[in-house]
Design a protein around this ligand. Structure first.
Ligand SMILES: C=C(O[C@H]1C=CC=C(C(=O)O)[C@@H]1O)C(=O)O
Length: 430
């Protein structure tokens, strides 16, 4: 299969997610992809940047196993491509949008090459088109006309349909994890739970992404293969030899009262339990990046990251790769960090399999995009939902250390789930 790839500048400054095509009834393409956030550089007005796309030129399934990242990348590189790129920026030319299974045994890892990608970086917008040479593909919907009044798809409120583990079993799992940590089996483990919902209308990925991006502009809103979320955690961005990562662990709520909100943040920054939880996560990233980077720098102490529904402890890393390694190569070494697995990694992952009582599928695994030179941006798929028609499965997890209290951890998963529940129109009180 030969692909003809053309990137040209595009004179369009509408929000990227509003550029996804919509049918008359407001529904978007089933194969929509996105990786978008609002960036605010000092002195600049906030502007969105990233990539959206639709249509499928290639679906590369690397299968299961520890080599799924390398296999996906090899499949992308093996494509026969005739490329002309008039913009030549981070994300122009041929890109693959990826989602991976959390476990080595899990299914669903995938790289998708869309037929159309609209990208924006530093105020420059472009369009990449990918044609499959010698194959007639169905006509694609185009960009919404400028100034068109766009309908939103019909929505019903989401209703709770159940969890893999009832709360009482999940609380028991956390209590057992704490006992095992206290007995010295591991230092930290992250346990998650799922939350299934149903609705009378199919969920629309583009519609959901637009609502998530509006509420969480600084998160990366992603859509790949019906997997949608707004993640605050950037596992790895690689541009040439420059790499960047933002690790999160340690969470508290928000308050409408400014003084109360500041007190919650201050308490989080001073919480021995949360600082310990954070330290393990930051160390797991440092241990992978330090030997691979010539000059790794990071925050000495965690800072506060405030989102609309929660605040987190965050550590940012920046470095220069010592050798030419692709983003996915480093991602494969990082996954799972102790923000979603635990410390030490092997024992924590085994404990998750024994205690969690659910299939994580693609939750808490890398999601993002890559080009064929190994540049790309990969987040950890958090605050997300797997959409399946009028059904969706939401996920939230928490870091457990010896000082964790099961009921406080359950509450923290509720806070995290609220982001997606609100975007899906679920009223958690019902
Ligand atoms: C595992 C999740 O969050 C991670 C990221 C930030 C804070 C976390 C925490 O405080 O437990 C988790 O490590 C999730 O949102 O599902």
């Amino acid at each position: 299969m030969r692909l003809r790839v053309r990137t040209v500048a595009l004179d369009d400054d509408r929000p990227l997610l509003s550029l996804l095509p919509r049918a008359d009834d407001g529904t978007g393409p089933a194969d929509a992809v996105a990786w978008v956030r609002t960036s605010a550089r000092a002195g600049d007005a906030p502007a969105d940047e990233g990539l959206v796309g639709w249509g499928t030129a290639a679906r590369l399934s690397p299968g299961a196993g520890p080599h799924r990242f390398a296999a996906a990348e090899a499949a992308l590189r093996a494509l026969d491509v005739d490329e002309r790129d008039e913009v030549s920026d981070f994300g122009t030319g041929l890109v693959g949008f990826g989602t991976f299974a959390f476990t080595d045994a899990g299914e669903g890892s995938l790289l998708v090459v869309p037929r159309v990608v609209i990208g924006r970086r530093d105020g420059v917008t472009w369009r990449t088109t990918v044609e499959v040479v010698d194959r007639v593909l169905p006509a694609l919907p185009g960009l919404p006309a400028a100034g068109a009044a766009l309908a939103d798809p019909a929505r019903d409120r989401a209703r709770f349909a159940g969890s893999s583990q009832p709360d009482v079993h999940w609380l028991e799992a956390v209590a057992r994890a704490v006992e095992r940590l206290r007995a010295g089996e591991a230092a930290k483990v992250v346990l998650a739970r799922d939350h299934a919902v149903w609705s009378e209308q199919p969920f629309d990925a583009g519609d959901l992404a637009r609502r998530l991006a509006a509420r969480f502009p600084r998160c990366h809103t992603f859509v790949v293969d019906g997997f949608v979320g707004a993640t605050p955690e950037l596992l790895l961005a690689r541009r040439g030899r420059a790499v960047f990562s933002r690790v999160l662990a340690g969470t508290t709520g928000r308050s409408d009262d400014e003084a109360q909100d500041a007190a919650l943040g201050a308490a989080l920054l001073a919480s021995a339990k949360d600082l310990e939880e954070h330290r393990f996560a930051a160390e797991s990233v440092r241990d992978v990046l330090a030997p691979r980077c010539a000059d790794l720098v990071h925050d000495d102490t965690p800072r506060l990251l405030r989102l609309d529904n929660v605040q987190h402890l965050a550590t940012a890393f920046e470095g220069t790769l010592g050798a030419d390694r692709s983003a996915l190569e480093v991602v494969a070494a990082l996954h799972p960090t102790a923000a979603v697995g635990g410390t030490p990694r092997g024992r924590a992952v085994a404990m998750i399999a024994e205690l969690e009582g659910m299939d994580r599928a693609r939750y808490a695994a890398p999601v993002g995009w890559t080009d064929r030179d190994g540049d790309g941006e990969w987040g950890i798929a958090l605050r997300c939902a797997e959409l399946n028609g009028a059904r969706a499965r939401l996920f939230a997890g928490v870091g457990i250390v010896t000082a964790s209290l099961p009921e406080a951890e359950l509450e923290e998963t509720r806070l995290k789930l609220l982001a997606m529940q609100a975007a899906l129109g679920e009223d958690p009180a019902r």
